[in-house]
Design a protein around this ligand. Structure first.
Ligand SMILES: CC(C)(COP(=O)(O)OP(=O)(O)OC[C@H]1O[C@@H](n2cnc3c(N)ncnc32)[C@H](O)[C@@H]1OP(=O)(O)O)[C@@H](O)C(=O)NCCC(=O)NCCS
Length: 184
């Protein structure tokens, strides 16, 4: 079973029970009463999510759980998504389920472990990520992992009753500093 170990967390396969915990426990950090939110609403949906993961795992996506090294708690998920094997590129997405586990460096570490896997194990050359302008946590995690801001799609997303810019980040294999090299 795939297990990628970092200093505080490891990434590994999400079993049904992990999907339930991530899905049911997800805490949004915004108010969006009119949005069709998906996570957190039903156990049944968490099971469909698990099934969807299995259908595309290893081909279109590689989605792994984020687990704490000290007690194996699942605290989120991270994925290489829509892998374009011909052009060797994909996007990355992640979520730390509960607020109590955010801003502790786990998101950044999960991104770095996934980048290392994508560049060194499966031969990717470019990994990109899109986020909204108000998502400061995501921007910081991406920038600390070595992503470069390539573009800004002005007012591209209508969300929570407002229009937001979408920021386009990317990192190339040659930009990436492996964790065994010194990192600031
Ligand atoms: C975005 C997310 C994945 C970042 O993971 P994380 O574990 O919280 O990130 P890190 O602890 O590695 O933090 C990166 C930095 O951003 C800061 N940060 C995190 N959330 C923040 C927020 N809401 N506002 C301002 N800064 C924030 C952290 O304090 C940290 O700063 P530091 O480097 O000065 O210590 C996580 O906050 C999350 O899951 N949010 C909800 C889902 C989501 O937005 N997913 C990403 C969609 S693109």
């Amino acid at each position: 079973m795939l297990k990628l170990v970092g200093s505080d967390i490891y990434l590994s396969v999400l079993e049904k029970e992990h999907c339930r915990q991530v899905w049911e426990g997800f805490e949004y950090d915004f108010e969006a009463k009119t949005e069709p939110l998906h996570m957190g609403h039903s156990v049944c949906k968490s099971e469909s999510w698990f099934d969807e993961i299995q259908k595309v795992q290893g081909e279109k996506h590689i989605r792994l759980g984020i687990f704490l090294n000290n007690d194996d708690t699942v605290i989120g998920d991270v994925a290489l998504q829509d892998i374009d094997w011909k052009n060797r590129s994909c996007s990355i997405g992640l979520g730390i389920t509960k607020k109590e586990f955010r801003s502790k460096g786990y998101g950044t570490e999960a991104v770095i472990i996934m980048l290392e896997y994508g560049f060194n194990n499966i031969g990717l050359e470019r990994i990109f990520a899109n986020t909204l302008e108000q998502n400061k946590g995501a921007q910081k995690a991406l920038e600390k992992s070595g992503f470069i801001l390539e573009g800004r799609e002005r007012k591209a997303v209508y969300f929570a009753g407002q229009r937001w810019d979408r920021l386009n980040y990317a990192i190339l294999r040659e930009d990436f500093i492996p964790t065994n090299k010194k990192r600031e």
